[in-house]
Design a protein around this ligand. Sequence first.
Ligand code: ADP
Length: 485
Amino acid sequence: MPLSLLSIASEVFPLVKTGGLADVAGALPAALAVEGVQVLTFIPGYPAVLSAVGEAAIVAEYPALMGGAAVVRRAHAYGLDLLVLDAPHLFARDGNPYLGPDGKDWPDNALRFGAFSRVAADLAGGRRGNLAVDVVQAHDWQAALTGAYLHYDPPEHRPAVVTTIHNLAFQGIFPAYLLGPLGLPADAFSVDALEYYGSISFLKAGVVFADRITTVSPSYAAEIMTPEGGMGFEGLLAGRSSDVSGILNGIDPDIWDPARDPHLAVPYSAADLAMRAGNKRALQSDLGLDPVPNAFLIGSVGRLTEQKGMDMLAAVLPNLIARGAQLALLGSGDPLLEKAFGALADHYPGRVGARIGYDESLAHRIEAGCDAFVMPSRFEPCGLTQMYALRYGAVPIVSRVGGLADTVIDANPYALEQGVATGFQFPAGSHGALAGALERAMSLHAEEPENWAQLQRNGMATDSSWSVAAKQYANLFRALVAKRA
Ligand code: ADP
């Protein structure tokens, strides 16, 4: 029997993307279809989304939805069966889904994503649109009130609720007076519901009112139940530990395939690793790096934030440069870190290339052109870029946390001897350990080319496709539905 799922996501690749959530929400539906799960994807009608779906059919109407009229449109695009919340007063804004032009959160984010969750609950419960589903999967805080609306205003048909946490650092915390405008009862301001240190937290509602809570790697699932990794949620999550699980993300093997990647100067596969040299040369030229074929070229793509440990990378870089390494960096985020990497590029012309901004194509070219890909995250729910690196034969150098710990096999002597290593790991949060791992990698690259090539081939042979995760999600959804029946 096919099972129906409403996936509620505030970003979905390729319609709109700021990070890994979009990749997951965009790729999982096709993988779930193979497992007999039919996915409807619900997304806010940002300008980019509406222009992609055009004047699609209206399936539900709201004369007044938190301050304005709204409709839900249904469309098919990029292989996705989409429901789009067309609410101009909430989403017809240029730029980032979450941030205004000043780089700060939109001041009405609570209402924007509260309305999104409200409508998700109506659709999933069959109250609007005639589209009732078996299960809803609410991704992150932006979708997390769905379970609260289903609880406080139960429709006749209540779907099972799964909340998926892609990053516990974003908890959707807002002033408690917003409960009224959000259409939630005053008694939702309770420690058993939305109340969170005197405010309300959307993500807390997502945990409290979900039947199951998933996150995006087994290690992160364990970490978020500890005081070090729980960010205030550890007690709540540990109290529901039997309902918490980690399902490792996959990657889209068609979009991230070095043999067929249209962004690359020279497509290649594991059988012709030497072809990577052409991509390295192109990347060096692109970023103004010296065209030295055997310089150890370190790549980095991602948000420039403390979470990602980019301050540590900036600090240890000068020593590596002194030993002949190069850096190819793409990212944006914290203005101070943007400045720091800009300054490093100015200070080390030909050695540090830093592109501040967002550039999908350059992200692919860095994965294909760098020798090693560094991710010194302090915490990392899953991380996708290290999996892209594995697939592209760029050797990942990662801190031993969350999904990084689960996806990279450290090149310790035993793993090298057994021929199973794929990269380098080091303890998170330590400058010394990061520097040590980078030097370990640099030496192996220079002195043991056969072992280095083995790391590359092992990485490229790693199965990171979505099929494994899709099976685990489908089993979890089926178990929930069976429990209800
Ligand atoms: P997170 O979701 O925490 O930002 P992930 O590693 O899970 O980190 O996913 C990040 C995704 O966003 C990857 O697909 C990565 O390639 C992409 N990405 C991040 N920053 C940039 C950028 N500046 N330009 C292009 N792609 C980027």
